[in-house]
Design a protein around this ligand. Structure first.
Ligand code: ADP
Ligand code: MG
Length: 328
């Protein structure tokens, strides 16, 4: 999708980091604090969809939970419409940023109809019944769902319908930001496309800001306006999707794209293969954390972490000591 002209960011992260207490294997080791994500700067404007991609274990879910105010960062902050999110969030701000996960069976109580479960958060918010019915019906409509679904139990509907019902429940709260963590990864490709089209329409027509977390670069290429590529808890490349997927500057991005059969319209196939498993996030390699897997690595990559630097446009940044020459 073409990049939007920039509006003031709705959701912004500056310098986000999170540590965990971790004990290395061995008899006499002591627990230590280890970072799982560091230095995360992100922003997403109204109507914009930011894709967050990276291999499993790269920190996507952790970042999503911090963006949604579900866990507090140890470093940095998240700003919603310019004001810092501080936990615990007051109810109105909790509704403003909705987090939706992939596990839709876990999202619903198996002992209650979908109708009751869609109604519950609105009742908790103190809305009168007529208002609740109106909001639920509008949200079902936005996700292309039949109201007859409300009388069903979670296990009686398909995975695609359940995923859309989770999204409808989040939408009924009238959020200004959706953080979607692998929302279509468990669905069949045809069902994925339907859900993705509904999400694109929501951003476009209602000005919702979305963070779309996925390991599927094909889906992100179709849906997102901008993308941030994570490696071991750090953003290694970010920018408009056409720039990052069309002229990837970081060898990790090139390798991820090389592994994808689905091509983005502007995609030039790079020729880099990703060898081996990513190292443990709690013991990242020195310098550029990607260097042990990088075919371009030289001595400086082992010693010094590269800073993000601008590519052909200032909005396209990559953190690599040896990026390819930027095209004008
Ligand atoms: N509380 C924790 N203690 C130790 N490690 C954790 C904790 N939470 C997450 N991790 C580790 O941090 C890494 C990033 O996790 P996650 O954010 O779930 O990544 P992703 O969503 O990209 O798969 C994983 O390797 C995970 O095992
Ligand atoms: Mg995850």
């Amino acid at each position: 999708m073409p990049a939007l002209t920039s509006a003031a960011p709705r959701l912004m992260a500056r310098g986000l980091g999170l540590d965990v207490r971790h004990r290395d294997p061995g008899l006499f080791t002591r627990p230590r604090r280890a970072a799982i994500v560091s230095n995360i700067d992100l922003e997403v404007a109204p109507g914009e969809i930011l894709g967050l991609v990276g291999e499993s274990g790269s920190g996507k879910t952790t970042i999503g939970r911090m963006l949604a105010g579900e866990i507090a960062p140890d470093r940095g902050r998240v700003l919603l419409d310019g004001a810092a999110l501080t936990l615990p969030l007051p109810p109105a701000r909790r509704r403003a940023v909705q987090l939706v996960f992939q596990d839709t069976l876990g999202a619903f109580d198996p002992r209650m109809t979908l109708g009751r479960q869609l109604d519950e958060p609105l009742a908790v918010a103190g809305l009168p019944p007529a208002d609740r019915r109106r909001r639920i019906s509008a949200a079902l409509d936005a996700m292309g769902l039949d109201p007859a679904l409300l009388d069903r139990w979670p296990h009686q509907v398909s995975g695609g319908q359940r995923q859309r019902a989770v999204l409808a429940r989040a939408l009924s709260l009238d959020p200004s930001v959706l953080v979607l963590d692998e929302p279509v990864s468990a669905l069949d490709v045809s069902v994925q496309a339907q859900v993705v089209n509904h999400l694109a329409a929501l951003a476009r027509d209602r000005g919702l800001a979305m963070v779309f977390i996925s390991h599927d670069l094909g889906v992100v290429g179709h849906l997102a306006h901008r993308v941030a590529v994570l490696y071991l808890g750090r953003v290694v490349e970010t920018g408009p999707v056409e720039a990052v997927f069309g002229a990837p500057a970081h060898p990790y991005t090139r390798a991820l794209l090389d592994a994808v059969p689905v091509a983005h319209p502007g995609l030039r196939r790079p020729r880099l293969r990703l060898e081996g498993e990513p190292p443990a996030i709690l013991n990242p390699p020195t310098g550029c954390a990607f260097h042990p897997r990088c075919p371009l690595a030289e001595d400086i990559c082992r010693r010094q972490r590269p800073e993000p630097s601008a590519r052909a446009t200032a909005r396209h940044l990559a953190a690599c000591h040896f990026p390819p020459p930027a095209e004008a």
